[in-house]
Write a protein that binds this ligand. Sequence first.
Ligand SMILES: Cc1cc2nc3c(=O)[nH]c(=O)nc-3n(C[C@H](O)[C@H](O)[C@H](O)COP(=O)(O)OP(=O)(O)OC[C@H]3O[C@@H](n4cnc5c(N)ncnc54)[C@H](O)[C@@H]3O)c2cc1C
Ligand code: SF4
Ligand code: SF4
Ligand code: SF4
Length: 417
Amino acid sequence: MTKKGEMLYAWTNDAEIQKKAELGGAVTALWKYALESKMVDAVLVVTKGVDLYDAKPVIVTDPKDLAKTAGSLHCGTLLLPKLVKKYLDGAEDKKIGVTVKGCDMMGFYELAKRKQINLDNIIMIGVNCGGSVSPVIARKMIAEKYGVDPEKVHKEEIDKGQFIIEFEGGHKGISVDELEEAGFGRRSNCRRCKLKIPRQADLACGNWGVIGEKAGKATFVEVCSEKGANLMAGAIKKGILETAPANPKGLEIRAKIEGAMLKLGDKWRKHDFEALGEGKDRLQKIMAETSRCIKCYGCIDQCPICYCVDCTTKNPAYVAPGELPVSFMFHLIRYAHIADSCVNCGQCEEVCPAEIPNALFMHAQQVELEKMFGHVPGVSMELPLLAFAEEKTERGRLHNTGSDMIYENVFNPFVKK
Ligand SMILES: Cc1cc2nc3c(=O)[nH]c(=O)nc-3n(C[C@H](O)[C@H](O)[C@H](O)COP(=O)(O)OP(=O)(O)OC[C@H]3O[C@@H](n4cnc5c(N)ncnc54)[C@H](O)[C@@H]3O)c2cc1C
Ligand code: SF4
Ligand code: SF4
Ligand code: SF4
């Protein structure tokens, strides 16, 4: 019987899934079992649209349609939880299975906290994520850095720190570090991301740690919940999934890679946040960038934290209608409402037609708020800061200023000897 906490190599013997799967096809085989056994009513996955730069979300209800959704799309920068809220009634009365990256998973928790998603009805199969690349940047990068026509590429992957493409007549890999130094590579929020193995999903699947003869042919699975254990057990019993205990050396390697990725995330945070400057310079920079905003509301529409029926940015008492450039208040409203819970998913930056680094500004604030209040967004059902104020901690915070007002020592709390 599969148990929570187990680490396994898993692969499917379904030939059709094997053909398209990224690794062992465990993810797709598990969804096939989940649909066939009616554990879920529908599965939400990401699949190739017109080409490999076009990652398209699809709802699958017929298990026969699943095989073609296998495979990882590194240009799939989309976020899934808000689609469940908008188009699937927040999974209120349907059981839905979703393949999630770290940021998708965090978005689900944040929407669940705000009662926009019924997490009891969701099964999440997580995939480790080293990062995703915006489709437009990927095309440009392939043309300029690889000297290859982006239309001729039929497969891309990120492996051992390289972005590798296969195209008619060859393959070529360039290190992600080199690409990023040249201004290409992963999205900037992905560089700062530290959710590499989504352990708050029901299963966390990936490549890291699969060594020996199974390398590239099996999926590494960490069983993260009872729901995940049941799903695995059912699929194994049904004969669609085979497993073997993970190689202990593989476990070590996986932990090392994760550690290195977290360090790299810290390095990019330092780099990006320092580049914002300090004090008034920082404020001027943010005000200048955001003054390009054309009020399309794309950032609000995509953000997994924004759930209000009527956004305060649409209230004429705060932001004058029809006025451009928009008052800074527009962006201040977003910072005030979102910064404590931003999961750094990058959507607000990705969709912005004015190319404002929205996610960078919000993430820089979130990281400081996390240090101040200890609230980590996206990884549990712990309520947002302003939704849950505890008397004891409030008193403690005031006490730590060494004062009876919140004017001084807020950023360098006084500690009583
Ligand atoms: C952007 C990205 C980066 C990744 N980086 C790493 C990494 O650095 N290290 C590592 O160990 N593993 C990484 N993975 C996970 C790995 O590539 C495999 O997806 C995973 O191990 C499952 O393999 P499989 O053969 O069982 O999956 P398959 O059976 O092939 O199924 C893959 C599943 O992923 C879904 N999917 C594909 N693209 C996306 C997307 N962009 N967003 C959400 N879901 C998607 C598919 O719809 C399908 O359900 C990454 C995955 C993605 C999508
Ligand atoms: S934000 Fe993190 S989890 Fe999401 S795509 Fe980027 S690296 Fe992956
Ligand atoms: S503010 Fe931007 S990066 Fe943060 S959660 Fe919202 S959309 Fe994602
Ligand atoms: S997406 Fe960009 S232009 Fe549109 S409202 Fe947000 S910041 Fe303004």
